[in-house]
Design a protein around this ligand. Structure first.
Ligand code: F6R
Ligand code: MG
Ligand code: MG
Length: 428
C-alpha cells in the first residue's frame, strides 16, 4: 500500500499493480503461459463487497492483499495468465485474463474463494458488512446468482489490445446504459461513428431484462431508437455489445446482477463493472471516456434509494463519503500484452474531469436538499430496504377501507408477477 498526500493528511491508498509485473519486480519466476495475437483470450472482471471500513466506504488493505495472494497463486498454477486487484468504494474487483472462456467454473470458483478469504479477514477485523455479497455457503458452478457481479468477454486478441475496465460504487447496472449507448451509438459522443468506415458498420446490443433475466438483441444504427427506449429504463441493462464488422465479436460487457432479485430482500446495491475494448474500428479511448464526462443521474447513493450523479473519479479518490456518495465510477485502462496487463492508466482521474466532478458535487447537493421528498429519494417501488411499505402498513388505519383493499390488490399483483418469473425460470 502506498501513501498519498491529500489536502488533509496522508491517507492509505490502494495502488493496483498487475500481479505478473509484481512477480517480475520481486525477481520471482512466472510461468511461461501466454496467448498470441489471433488466439482467443478471456477477460473476466468479477466484483464483490465482502466487508469494509468505516461503514460502507472502503475494503481494508489486508483484504486486498489477501485477494492478490489468491490470484498470484492462480498465475503460478497457470489457471490465469494475469490478474489485477482494485477497488472502488467498498467493492473489491478482480480483473483476470485466461483461456477458459466465459462462465468458466474454475475461474468463478477462484473468484468465489478469493472473496470468501477476503471476507474472512473482514470478519476477523469486525469490519462492516463482512461477507455482504456472499449469499450462499457453498460454491456451485457459477458465481452469477451467488452475489458477486460479473463482466466477461472472450475475444480474438488483436496485435495491440487497449481495454478499459470500469467499476462503479453505490449504484446499479443501469449506470452503464447511457455511457455504453453513447460510446457505440451516438456520433455526438463518438465522432468515429460518422468518420471511420470501420466504426460506421455499427454494433449488436444484448439487452437484459433484469427481473426476468431474459435477453433481447438489437442492432445499431438501424434500431437506435428502440435501443434508447429499452436502455432508458432502469428495468433493462446492457449485458454485451458485439461488433457487426467482425460478426459476433464481443467488444463490451457489463455485469447485470440484481442482488435484491436474487436474495428477495435488500442485501446491498448491485454495484456494476463493465469492460470496453477500444481503438481500430471501436470507440477511441477518448470516445469511451467521453461518455462519463456528463455526470448523469443514476439510482443509488444513500441507502441505494436516491437519484444521484455518477461522479467520474480517480482510483486514488474513490471513497463515497458525502451522503454515502455520490455514486462513483473509475476507469482503468490497460494494454494487453500476450494476455498480461500493462497499466493501468487512471483514465477518469485526469484534470479534464475536474469540472464534471465539480458539477456532480453541485448536483448531489441540489438533490440532497430535497430530503426524502421525491426525487430526493426514488419512487416507492424502487426503494431498497422495503421500508416505506412497512411504514404505510403501520398507518393504514388512518385511511379509509378502500385504501387497504387497494394496497392488498397491488401487493397480490406484484406477488403474481414474481411467481410468474420463478415458474418460467424453473421451466427453462
Ligand atoms: C448504499 C449503501 C449505503 C447503505 C447505508 C446504510 O448502496 O451501501 O448507503 O445503504 O450506509 O447501511 P446499513 O443499512 O448497513 O446501516
Ligand atoms: Mg458495503
Ligand atoms: Mg459497493
Amino acid at each position: 500500500m502506498s501513501m498519498i498526500e491529500t489536502s488533509a493528511k496522508p491517507m492509505g491508498v490502494w495502488k493496483p499493480v498487475p500481479l505478473r509485473e509484481q512477480l517480475t519486480e520481486t525477481g520471482e519466476k512466472t510461468p511461461d503461459f501466454f496467448v498470441t495475437p489471433g488466439e482467443k483470450l478471456t477477460l473476466s472482471c468479477i466484483k464483490a463487497d465482502v466487508g469494509s471500513h468505516t461503514g460502507h466506504v472502503q475494503p481494508h488493505p489486508r483484504m486486498l492483499l489477501k485477494a492478490e495472494e489468491h490470484l498470484t497463486e492462480a498465475i503460478q498454477n497457470k489457471l490465469i495468465i494475469d490478474g489485477v486487484v482494485f477497488r472502488v468504494g467498498d467493492d473489491i474487483n478482480l480483473a483476470m485474463t485466461h483461456t477458459k472462456g466465459i462462465e468458466s467454473e474454475e475461474i468463478h470458483k477462484l473468484a468465489f474463494d478469493t472473496f470468501v478469504a477476503s471476507g474472512k479477514i473482514a470478519q476477523e477485523l469486525s469490519l462492516y458488512g463482512a461477507m455482504q455479497d456472499i449469499l450462499v455457503s457453498e460454491f456451485s458452478g457459477n458465481v452469477q446468482g451467488m452475489g458477486p457481479g460479473v463482466a466477461e468477454i472472450e475475444f480474438i486478441l488483436r496485435k495491440t489490445e487497449p481495454v478499459i475496465v470500469f467499476a462503479a460504487d453505490k449504484t446499479s447496472p443501469f449506470a452503464f446504459n447511457r455511457p455504453l449507448y453513447n460510446m457505440f451509438c451516438s456520433p455526438y459522443n463518438s465522432i468515429g461513428l460518422a468518420v471511420d468506415p470501420k466504426f460506421f458498420t455499427g454494433f449488436k446490443f444484448q439487452v437484459k431484462h433484469l427481473k426476468s433475466g431474459a435477453d433481447g438483441f438489437f442492432t445499431s444504427p438501424e434500431e437506435r431508437t428502440a435501443i434508447e427506449a429499452f436502455l432508458g429504463s432502469e428495468e433493462y441493462a446492457v449485458a454485451h455489445v458485439y461488433s457487426r464488422r467482425i460478426e459476433n465479436e464481443p467488444v463490451a460487457a457489463c455485469s447485470t446482477t440484481r442482488l435484491s432479485f436474487i436474495a428477495g430482500k435488500y442485501v446491498g446495491k448491485d454495484d456494476p463493472v463493465c469492460i470496453v475494448r477500444s481503438q481500430s474500428g471501436l470507440p477511441a479511448i477518448g470516445e469511451v471516456v467521453n461518455a462519463f464526462h456528463f455526470p448523469g443521474l443514476v439510482p443509488g447513493g444513500m441507502r441505494g434509494s436516491s437519484l444521484r450523479p455518477l461522479m467520474p473519479c480517480s482510483i486514488f479518490n474513490c471513497d463515497p463519503t458525502y451522503n454515502d456518495g455520490p455514486p462513483r465510477v473509475i476507469g482503468l485502462g490497460f494494454q494487453i500484452n500476450r494476455g498480461s496487463f500493462i497499466g493501468p492508466t487512471d483514465l477518469l482521474g485526469d484534470i479534464s474531469f475536474d469540472e464534471s466532478r465539480k458539477l456532480a458535487l453541485q448536483i448531489a447537493e441540489y438533490m440532497q436538499r430535497h430530503g426524502v421528498f421525491y426525487p430526493g429519494v426514488l419512487p416507492d417501488k424502487e426503494l431498497e430496504y422495503g421500508g416505506k411499505p412497512v411504514i404505510y402498513k403501520i398507518y393504514e388505519d388512518r385511511f379509509p377501507e378502500t385504501y387497504r383493499k387497494f394496497k392488498e390488490f397491488e401487493k397480490k399483483h406484484t406477488e403474481a408477477e414474481a411467481k410468474f418469473i420463478h415458474e418460467m425460470e424453473d421451466s427453462d
